[in-house]
Design a protein around this ligand. Structure first.
Ligand code: PLP
Length: 472
């Protein structure tokens, strides 16, 4: 591996667009200086983005400047808190260009909270269908349990290795399948949190034309890619704000199309979601707006930090963030893909596309030793920890992605699931799957990643060259 300066020069020759993103270097020095002061190499932006010091200061100033009570009443302090929540909602509408005439914004704790709202409220029945991409996050996979309880048909649409993209023909036939149905829900990630693949957004209109409602999991996509809901029109979108701008951590949203919200049915009511409820009368009326989906007291003090964070991203601009993430990802894909042991064997196997075309800044892979044996991802994580590198290992809550990438068959999985849940540990599972790693290593770039982060990672990767797994 070249030293940093010459490596950066050749990187810049190869990715000249990176030069247009230097505003992010200034930002890193001023607003994220703790990263370099503490020597962190942060490579887990798909896990969580990082917040700037200004976001925290602005939020603290706002909280210190007034007195906020519990919303939902008309006292002055309550009205102020209600205004915070309404402002956050408005900021989300504006940021995603989601017309309030067409979409509602429900504030949730995270993307998972948004997904659960859809799962529990969608009118699944024995004549409905739930179609999913194979590489959904578990918080989307979990919706299948609501579908299953209602005896809906559940289908997974496959991915094609090694690129891990959806199989166009099979997905078209799943979406176009004839038959009498009631409600049909198709759920897929705009960007896979396993492979970084960006699945085509034109599936949304293709599915609409065939009578499907579409749930777009945008959690891994929107940190570095613009989603314009005046152009792209899924019925449900889920987002976690900490994945976009690091803070606050307890806030996400569901953006839902009013036309489809009308057919949702909440399985219960609670404080905050109703206009009236009666004990003697045994009836309740739900709110007609997003409040119907916001159980209990909203996180009204975090709400202003959402607007601050969205302004932070808008101020930098997606073009800049995207260009930086794409350049660094492209360079790492090339370098890691080309890394060889002395005997010519590849040091790493990358799961997903090897170019930056229609992919984001998430790269999943495993290291292989000089004899071709995979290096246990837990060992890789330990070695990365030693170098103050924050990366992720395992299957990232995306079991389908892992199963396809690692070539684990249905028969192997069924055999491993035959034990009783109480006796079943992750280690049992690993032993059962035998010589296949039950996970991978994942690095991901984001907002304030720089070339030194990517270079440091490649120095780390070079340490696996010409080694046996036992030596590592
Ligand atoms: C694609 C995707 N969807 C959903 C989630 C769930 O997000 P949260 O844990 O914030 O609810 C994640 C988190 O990693 C994700 O990457």
């Amino acid at each position: 591996m070249d030293a940093l300066a010459p490596a950066e020069r050749s990187f810049l020759d190869r990715y000249p667009g990176y030069r247009d993103t230097t505003v992010l270097d200034e930002l890193r020095q001023t607003q994220y200086e703790r990263l370099d002061r503490l020597g962190h190499r942060y490579l887990d932006y798909t896990g969580a983005s990082l917040y700037s010091s200004r976001q925290i200061q602005e939020h603290a100033q706002l909280l210190l400047a007034d007195v906020f009570g519990n919303p939902h009443s008309s006292s002055p302090t309550s009205a102020l808190a209600t205004r915070l929540v309404e402002r956050a909602r408005g900021a989300v509408h504006a940021f995603f260009n989601a017309s309030p005439d067409e979409y509602i914004v429900v504030l949730t704790r995270n993307a998972t909270g948004a997904l659960k709202l859809v799962g529990e409220s969608y009118p699944f029945d024995h004549a409905s269908r739930f179609l999913l991409a194979f590489d959904n996050h578990n918080s989307v996979n979990g919706i299948r349990e609501f579908a299953r309880a209602a005896r809906a048909a559940i289908t997974y649409s496959p991915l094609v290795p090694p690129d891990m993209r959806l199989d166009r023909e099979t997905l078209s036939s799943h979406l176009g399948a004839p038959g009498e149905t009631t409600h049909k829900l198709f759920a897929y990630p705009a960007q896979s949190n396993f492979s970084g693949v960006q699945h085509p957004l034109d599936w949304i209109e293709f599915a609409h034309a065939r009578g499907w409602d579409v749930l777009l999991d945008a959690a891994a996509y929107v940190p570095a890619n613009r989603l314009d809901l005046s152009v792209i029109k899924p019925d449900f979108v889920c987002v976690s704000f900490y994945k976009m701008f690091g803070y606050p951590t307890g806030a996400g949203c569901l953006i839902a199309r009013k036309a489809v919200v009308a057919k949702l049915h909440r399985p219960w009511f609670s404080g905050g979601t109703i206009t009236v409820a009666s004990v003697k009368g045994d009836r309740h009326y739900l709110h007609s707006g997003p409040e119907a989906f916001e159980d209990g007291t909203p996180d009204y003090l975090s709400a202003p930090a959402i607007e601050i964070g969205l302004n932070h991203i808008a101020g930098i601009g997606y073009a800049t963030i995207h260009a930086r993430v794409q350049s660094l990802t492209g360079w790492v894909l090339e370098q890691l893909g080309a890394l060889r042991h002395g005997n010519g064997l590849a040091v790493a196997r990358i799961y997903g596309p090897l170019t930056t075309e229609a992919r984001g800044g998430t790269v999943a892979f495993n290291f292989f030793d000089q004899d071709g044996h995979f290096v246990d991802h837990r060992t890789v994580e330990d070695r990365a920890n030693d170098m103050n590198i924050s990366l992720r290992t395992g299957c990232f809550c995306n079991p389908g992605g892992g199963e396809v990438a690692l070539g684990i068959s249905e028969a192997e999985l069924s055999a491993c699931f035959s034990g009783t849940p109480s006796s079943f540990t992750l280690d049992d599972f690993r032993l059962c799957i035998d010589d296949k790693s039950t996970g991978a290593v994942r690095i991901s770039f984001g907002l304030v990643s720089n070339f030194a982060d990517a270079h440091h990672f490649m120095q780390f990767a070079s340490r696996f060259v010409d080694k046996r797994a036992s030596e590592i």
